[in-house]
Each structure stands twice: as C-alpha cells, then as structure tokens.
Design a protein around this ligand. Structure first.
Ligand code: NAP
Length: 286
C-alpha cells in the first residue's frame, strides 16, 4: 500500500488565500513579533513569519532585541504591545536566551493577543474545551486531518511528545474531537506497542525516524511534526518508509511546517476579530 500524502503546502496555500481576502475586508491587522538574541533558527523562523504576514496583508511589527536584554525591558515591551491598538497578536519567539523567564513573558501577553496560546488563560480555555487561542502547530495538525476527511470520533490516537507547545495541546484537541488519546514521551515503556494500536499517530519529538514501519498499524494516519536537521537535511520523526503501511501521511518538509505558518496567520486574524467584537473571545463553548 502507498499512503496518500497529506499535502500541507497545498492546504496552507488555500488557507492563506482565504485569509488574504478576510484581511482585505477587515482592514489593518497587525502581528508583533519579539525576538531576543542571535539564535539563527529563530531569526529564520521570524523571517518566514514576516514574509507570510506580508503575503496575506497582515502588518508585521518587528521587535528584535539584543541577547543582553533584561527581563524588565522585555516585560515593558510586551506591556507596551498590549496597549498598542495596531497590534492584534503578539508572538514571543521561543527559546529566549538563558537568564530570561519565558513563562513570565508568555503570562504578560494580553490573552486576546496571545496568538500562540501559551499563557495560562488560553491554556485553561483549551483544557476546558472553550474558545480561545491554541498554538499554531496543533491547530495546523487538526486542520490538515479535517481537510483530508479523517474521522477521529472513537479512533485510537497516539501522540508522541508532551510539550506545552505541541504534544499536550494536540492531545487535548484530539480528545475534544472524541478520539481515545494516549500520550507517549521519553519515559514511555514499549512505545512500539502503543503506536501499533493507533489509528492516528501524531509524532512531535525531534528524533529522526523514531517511528518505523514495523510500529505502524496497516491503514493508520500519520502526522509528522518533527523537524530534525541531520547532515544539512530536514527530516521528521517518522520514517518515510511508513508510507508503505499507512493510509495517509504528512511529508517532511511540506506537511505540518506550512500548516503551522498558515495557522499562525489564521490565529492573528481571529485575534483581530475577537478584538473587533466579531467573535466572542472568552467563555463561549467552542
Ligand atoms: P520538545 O519540547 O523537545 O518535546 C519533545 C517531546 O518528545 C518531549 O515530550 C519528550 O519527552 C519526547 N521525547 C523525546 N525523546 C523521545 C523518545 N525517544 N521517545 C518518545 N518520546 C520522546 O519539542 P517540541 O517543541 O514539542 O517539538 C517537537 C518536534 O517538533 C521538534 O522536532 C520540533 O522542531 C518540531 N516542531 C515542528 C513544528 C512545525 O511547524 N513543523 C513546530 C513546532 C515544533 P519528555 O517530556 O519525557 O522529555
């Protein structure tokens, strides 16, 4: 069997085209990014996010700070962005340099502008199954599954990875879609046995080809979040040979990556709608 490729690039392109229309109707929408220090990967990601913003008509507000920035200065900047009416969404690029408190930074972002969904209010809303902001990568995974018509109700889903950024939110979203969810991590015993029982696998680990064909149930749906650069080549957590066993599978690159960027833009447009009172931000059942 050869799995159908879940083409994140193609789905993301459609989402971006729709968002460009929405932004034209909405008027000015702004995303402020805060990047501290010299991490080359972070600079690359922020550059990609700015280009994607411009493509759909979102105004990016770039705040690049030196690695020597103090916690106080970082918090003051976020507070100023909270007050800035041109800014609909705020993104603090992770990881921050050593010595800066990422959690405090995320907590300082006004919940309605917290488009990464990493502050306590939005994490609480997610846990409670209520509307708010959810991080872009988990949203991108779910959008891709929906676009390919993957039925989740009653299915066994295995999430490998339990980070606050990906693993935990994706597990909660799958649970919200009525899948039966198992979360695996570095201390999980017999990972292969868990994966073998799964109808849907979301791998968010960062270990090249951790999931191998012998671990995959025939016909399973595989979503590869992992991004591992080995000898200059971007690879994922799932061995591409798993396509012989799976029914649907995301490629790396071209799967979850483009969906993450599109979902970030989508979250920013949602923030703009929340802020304009077109959507109810807090307390509404999702
Ligand atoms: P993370 O914070 O490092 O979390 C990795 C998770 O994997 C942890 O929960 C860890 O378990 C678990 N893990 C590590 N080794 C394992 C093993 N051998 N078996 C089972 N579980 C294992 O990373 P993250 O931020 O969630 O990102 C995960 C991957 O996704 C990375 O490759 C990252 O680059 C990629 N990513 C991609 C996108 C995208 O747009 N495509 C976006 C975000 C992240 P413990 O909790 O026990 O340590």
């Amino acid at each position: 069997m050869g799995a159908t490729v879940m083409d994140g690039k193609e789905v993301a392109k459609r989402i971006r085209a729709r968002l460009a229309e929405e932004v034209r109707e909405l008027g000015p929408v702004g995303l402020a990014t805060v990047l501290v220090g010299d991490d080359p990967a972070s600079h690359l990601y922020i550059g990609m996010k700015h280009r994607a913003c411009e493509e759909v008509g979102i105004t990016p507000f770039d705040h690049t700070l030196p690695a020597t920035t103090t916690q106080r200065a970082l918090i003051e900047l976020i507070e100023a962005l909270n007050e800035d009416d041109r800014v609909d969404g705020i993104l603090v690029q992770s990881p921050l340099p050593d010595g800066l408190d990422e959690t405090e930074a995320f907590r300082t972002i006004e919940p309605v502008k917290d488009i990464d969904g990493l502050g306590p209010f939005n994490l609480g809303q997610l846990l409670d199954g209520r509307s708010g902001h959810v991080a872009a990568t988990p949203v991108g995974c779910m959008t891709l599954l929906a676009d390919y018509g993957v039925e989740l109700e009653g299915k066994r889903a295995v999430v490998i990875g339990r980070s606050v950024l990906v693993g935990k939110p994706v597990a909660l979203l799958l649970l919200g879609a009525n899948a039966t969810v198992t979360v695996c991590h570095s201390r999980t015993r017999d990972l292969a046995d868990h994966v073998r029982a799964a109808d849907v696998v979301v791998a968010a680990v960062g270990v090249k080809h951790l999931v191998t064909p012998d671990m995959v149930k025939p016909g399973a749906v595989l979503v590869d979040v992992g991004q591992v650069v080995v000898d200059g080549v971007l690879t994922g957590d799932i061995d591409p040979a798993c396509a012989e066993v799976a029914s649907l599978m995301t490629p790396v690159p071209g799967g979850v990556g483009p969906m993450t960027i599109a979902s970030l833009l989508q979250n920013t447009v949602r923030a703009a709608r929340f802020r304009r009172g077109e959507l109810v931000f807090a307390g509404a059942a999702s």
